[in-house]
Design a protein around this ligand. Structure first.
Ligand SMILES: *Cc1c(COP(=O)(O)O)cnc(C)c1O
Length: 470
């Protein structure tokens, strides 16, 4: 299987190259040239597989240029009881009214990002070892992605990580998740500034091609196709377990920020799974607006509301470009024109596109505000005895409003332990913590505080590269 850019400007590459490159050189995102030919009968035949073996079946079809045994080993190690807390890996919990909670956040950092990152760390390591190369990941985080990436890279011989976070602006729990790591290949830098400054510093490091090449600097960010591939698996897993009759439809409610999670679901649908999607945003409703009106209108940084579901506080949705590519039947030139228009005017309008107008058959959207989420957390705690986090509550709230008859599967994207303040507001008590994380904040921390200054970041990168011998 070959991968092309959503902007149509680069020659096709294999899965491993697309994974290591992240972004395509023309500024677009890698997408498969065509989807693997799978039919529902074949998918049905996977219903008895454990999660790791199902992941091998699905992912190896997208990763034809990687050795299947390498993919299988990575899947078995990542999707194990040691990493995800149970042999099921992704348990489904029944709530009232034919509603299910799909628990995606039992990984080491308690957010669904671990589902992809734990596999990516292993696939990257194996592929880099085969090539005899190393990679130095320089990233910026406002919380969830950084800790998920760091935990996925612990002990990896061919990858090191420099992660920038804004000093004092990530939650104490998120800070402790990152800074308690004491590994030679992981460096935490707390920037005396805000998240946007950290991100600008990462962009500046990457803009210097010579520096980037000298230290093999790369990224593992949310637009990496390999992350999408890993996320397709749990849609297949849920459909196999929860579809009402053979080949019946399920509805899935997905709390959405950068459109990465739900995009993987739309790929699963294109493989043949009858799934109806309910997209849920918070007050930052760029995507809800698009699916209701056809107008995609990105916001400026100062228009982004700070909410109680912070991992969905976005001004634009980076993975959305892949979906627009699919709506245009894979026409890269059309996507390229739309993104030029977006840069010039801040918006584009697809309301007259027939592919947009037929979406309402299988994709609807809505949004929640803070009070909706707090009330949902309370209602699910009282009615079902199950505690959910504010992001998951957003999906449940919107999902229950827009559902049709039939099973509704709500995707859990984080554990409540990560968002204690909102849980206290809803229930008057702290959320429980998994055993291994009790006292996390009092562990010794490994973090270097630096000015928001490019020279300071570069010297930290050089020092790590020198220690790693690269
Ligand atoms: C990242 C994240 C989301 C949003 O996922 P996207 O793939 O960006 O749509 C939702 N909830 C939580 C807890 C997250 O960490």
């Amino acid at each position: 299987m070959r991968y092309v850019s959503t902007r149509g400007g680069v020659p096709p590459v294999g899965f491993a190259d697309a994974m290591i490159a992240g972004l395509a050189p023309d500024g677009g995102l890698y997408v498969p040239q065509e989807l693997p030919a799978i039919d529902l009968a074949e998918i049905r035949s996977w219903s008895t597989l454990c999660y790791a073996d199902l992941a091998t079946e699905v992912i190896s079809r997208f990763a034809g240029d990687m050795d299947r045994a390498v993919v299988a080993a990575a899947c078995r190690q990542a999707y194990s009881a040691e990493v995800f807390g149970s042999t099921e890996v992704v348990p489904a919990v029944a709530l009232m009214d034919d509603t299910w909670l799909l628990r995606l956040s039992n990984g080491p950092t308690l957010a669904f990002k671990d589902m992809a990152m734990q596999l990516l760390g292993r696939l990257f390591d194996a592929e880099l070892a085969r090539r005899g190369e190393r990679l130095l990941v320089v990233g910026a985080t406002s919380g969830d992605t950084g800790s998920s990436a760091e935990h996925a890279m612990i002990g990896r011989k061919n990858i090191s990580v420099v992660m920038l976070s804004p000093l004092g602006r990530v939650s104490p729990f998120q800070a402790a998740q990152m800074y308690s790591i004491d590994e030679p290949n992981i460096v935490n830098l707390a920037i005396d500034g805000v998240f946007d400054e950290a991100q600008d510093l990462v962009k500046a490091v990457n803009a210097d091609a010579a520096f980037k090449a000298a230290h093999s600097i790369g990224a593992v960010n949310s637009i990496n196709w390999a992350r999408v591939a890993a996320q397709i698996v749990y849609y297949v897993w849920a459909w196999l377990r929860l579809a009402p009759e053979p080949d019946g439809e399920i509805q899935m409610a997905v709390p959405t920020g950068n459109f990465g999670n739900i995009y993987a679901g739309t790929v699963a649908r294109r493989l043949g799974l009858p799934i109806r999607f309910i997209l849920a945003t918070n007050e930052n409703d760029v995507l809800d607006e698009f699916f209701r009106t056809g107008v995609y209108r990105v916001r400026s940084k100062d228009q982004v509301a700070v909410t109680s579901s912070p991992s969905m506080d976005i001004a634009k949705a980076s993975n959305f470009e892949r979906f627009v590519f699919d709506l245009h039947g894979g026409d890269g030139a059309a996507v390229s024109r739309l993104w030029s228009q977006l840069h010039e005017t801040g918006q584009f309008d697809l309301s007259s596109l027939s592919a947009f107008n037929s979406l309402s058959d299988w994709m609807v959207s809505g949004s929640s505000v803070h009070d909706n989420r707090v009330e949902t957390i309370r209602r699910i705690a009282v009615g079902d005895g199950v505690l959910v986090d504010p992001h998951t509550a957003d999906g449940i709230f919107v999902g229950q409003q827009l559902r049709r008859p039939g099973p509704l599967v709500c995707l859990e994207t984080a554990q409540p332990a990560k968002f204690g303040a909102t849980i206290i507001e809803a229930l008057g008590q702290d959320p429980p913590r998994p055993d291994g994380l009790v006292g996390l904040e009092s562990l010794p921390q490994h973090v270097t505080v630096i000015d928001a200054d490019l020279a300071a970041v570069r010297s930290q990168v050089e020092a790590l590269a020198a220690r790693q011998g690269g």
